[in-house]
Every structure is written in structure tokens, then in C-alpha cells.
Design a binder for this molecule. Sequence first.
Ligand code: BES
Ligand code: MN
Ligand code: MN
Length: 478
Amino acid sequence: MAANPQFVKYVDDHQADFIDRLRQAVEIPSVSGNLDYVKDVEDMAEFLVKQLTSLGVKVEKRPIGSHKIGDTEVALPPVVIGEIGNDPKKVNLLVYGHYDVQPALKEDGWDYDPFKLTPDPNGSGRLYGRGSTDDKGPVMGWLNVLEAHQKLGLELPVNLKMVFEGMEENGSENLDKFIESEKDKFFKGVDVMCISDNYWLDTKTPCLTYGLRGINYYEIKVQGPARDLHSGVFGGTIHEPMTDLIAVMSKLVSPSGEILIPGIKELIAPVTADEQSKFEKIHFSLSDIEGAVGAQTTLSNDTVKTLMGRMRNPSLSLHGIEGAFYAPGSKTVIPAAVKGKFSIRLVPNLGIKNTTDLVVKYVQDEFAKLGSKNKLEVYLTHGGEPWIADPNHYNYRAAHKATVEVYGQEPDYTREGGSIPVTLDFANILGLNVLLLPVGRGDDGAHSTNEKIDTSNYINGTKLLGSYMYELAAIDKN
Ligand code: BES
Ligand code: MN
Ligand code: MN
């Protein structure tokens, strides 16, 4: 069933109001995992509560315990849950989004204040701001859908439950426990789930995403002297922690992207013929990556290899070294203790546990070979399992129809390289088919400087979320 034409018209007529809603959301710098922004994350939850309440949703803010930021124990951001409609004849849809964002400072290289939604002065329709695409734009999209129905006096075609969290960018701590404890309460009766927290692969082809890589994040801590030392006085005299750390970190991954930890490659599932053909069908060119990256630096010139490198193979990235000297100038210091940070994106067969066993053994073995008298520890800081769903489920068929309706073209079927660890928790604990339905484009720059969402994606994305509900209401479930 196509979306109600009144709904589509309402969205077209209220673009300015919808952009204003996103502007208000972006202005709240809800950076999770940072003591300076704890209050803003709270404010963002409150903003959602107010909006949803005024849109006729039954809303609750649920505490989910506390966590440590540095040495300070603070409450975790609340989970905002809402529900509207309980007609036993309708499909019960659960949607998820996150209201926290990655950090952003103008000095990082933003052209505008990251926490002021700024339309491109050149008239391209791009709306710049932290969270514009990840994930405030899509979350506001759901609110826009609700507003249209409320103002038009239209009933929603489905019963809707919503769950919005404020800790996604920091590992969704305790959300799994919340899902477990609400399984037979708030989440009871849910039929299917939709998460809008991903992006098209390129800048023009809509897609439906049925897989995500998982992630294991690690730290390697090397400790030596009791305090930072003068390199003139002690250089050449002691085992230096930073030298040990770099020696070990350099053994993790080759410059061509090959993971050097024995046993990992062997676990990757072989590519099936069906998979190969799925990857070959995806609309994608190297220039799409180069456009998003802003340079010609791909590991391979082959499109399918590149896509597989992102979606179905693991990757290992080195992120940083805490405790190292990094400021401008030339301080002649020997850092006393350093922590190297890296992560591995996980794929089917490479789980949190078996991967960690291989990593820990290898790092310890490589360190032992150095013959250093320093102390090394290697440990997992957080892990999320990979997820893959059945793209033939009626949930996907409904989204497919909605995509054709709004964009006039068939969506690509993609898996993604990024991670939303709770996807698997929702799928497993609640036994649900989960659909990832993107709003933004591949060059939106989530986590990067000048993150943006295109006005057309935001507005058509709102229509897409609405149309999907109508298609879901009418789809043949067999
Ligand atoms: N929206 C992203 C996940 C994503 C990234 C989906 C790229 C599709 C493509 C999400 O907000 C995110 O950034 N996730 C983190 C998870 C981590 C903090 C556990 C990620 O992927 O690094
Ligand atoms: Mn996100
Ligand atoms: Mn993110």
C-alpha cells in the first residue's frame, strides 16, 4: 500500500519546519562518554521526551545504571522509550536510533560551528553539523513522520514502539541488559525492527543493509620507568616503553591492510558464488570512495575487492597512543607508560572471544621476542559481535517497495563495515528480523569534520520511513 498522498504532501510542504527540528537537535552537543557534556546528553534526552509527548506518544525516560568516565562515576544516559498505537490488527514495528554524537571541535577543521546546523551558503542543499546524519537526522525523520500524521489527523498504519539511546558512540553500555529485562514488558509483541543509522554506499543509489561488521577494541599498555624521563640523561640506558609499543603495534597489520595475527585469515568464511554475484550487483565505483575519503588511496583498484574489504572481511586499524608526546614542539621526553589503541572489525566466524584469544597470545608472544624488561598488558575494552539478517524477509520486502516508491529505483542490498553492536542484541534477544534503512549518503562524513546531510535525503528519508510503515502494513508476510 502506497503511503497516504496527504502524508507525502505534508512532508513536501513542511521542509522548513523539519529542518528547524534538526537545527534544534544539532544545537544540543550530546557527546557521550565525555564529562564535559553529561548535562547536554541529558538535555537531548529531555528534548526527545518533550517532542514525542507533544506528538502524542506515550514516553518514558529509563535509567540504566552508571559508568565511569575517567575516575568519575556518572549515570549512563537514559534510554528514551515511546509507544503509539495498540491495534491488534496492525503490525508492531520497533524503531531504534541514537541521540548521542561523536565529539567535534571547530579547531578539528570544521568550516562552521559543528553544533549549529549550517546550510551550505553555495545552495547545494547540504546541512552541516555534528549528528546531522549520525544519527539525529534519521531520528528527527521519525518525529517528522509522527508530526505529519498528528497534524493531518491520520492514524499510523502500524503500532509503533521507539527506543532511543544516548550511548551508541561509546559501546551502548547496559542496553543489552535493558533489552533482556524488558523483553516481556515494553518489547512484548514486537514483530519487526527498523534501524536508521547507516548510509547509502554512494551518493545516488538507495540501499537496504542486511549485515554489519562487529568490533573488538583493544589497548596495549606498556609500563617501564616510574616517571617520564629526560631522553638525554636516560636515552641509551633503559628499555623505552614507546619503542616496545611501536615494535609490537607494527606487527599487527601490514601497510597493505593484511592482518598479521596468525589464525585470523583462516577463520574467514570462503566467498560463495551467490555472495560474489551479490557484491557484483552493487552500484559502486572507486570514485565514490575517493570522493568520501578526499584522496586516491584505496588499497585495491578492484571494486568488488574493495567492497569485500569493507563489508565481509575483517580489518585492523591503529587508532592512537595515549601517553605519547603529541603537542607542537620538540619535547625530549621518554614517556614512562603508553597505551596503544587498535580495533578489529569482526565478520561471521570471527567472534569477540576467539578473536581476542588469538590477539592476546600473539601480542604477548611478539612482546616476549623483544626481550624487554618493561611490563606489557593487552586487553579488550569493548566488543560487539557481527550481525547478518535475512534480506528476503517481509520486513525487507516492505522497505524495498517503499524505496521504489520514494526514489523511483530499486535499492542495492549491502552489508556495512561499521558496527551497531546492539543490532545483534535486538535480533537475538527479541528474536526479530532487523532492517537497516539508511537516510543519508556515503559522503556524509559521519564522525568526520564537516559532517552533513543533504536536504533531499532528509526530506525524502522522512517520506521513506513513512512509506515503509504503509508498505509494512500491507505486505504479504509469506
Ligand atoms: N552509525 C554508525 C554505524 C555505521 C557506520 C553504520 C558506518 C554504517 C556505516 C554508528 O554510530 C557508529 O559509529 N558505530 C561505532 C560503534 C562502536 C562505537 C562500538 C563504529 O562503527 O565505530
Ligand atoms: Mn550512528
Ligand atoms: Mn557513529
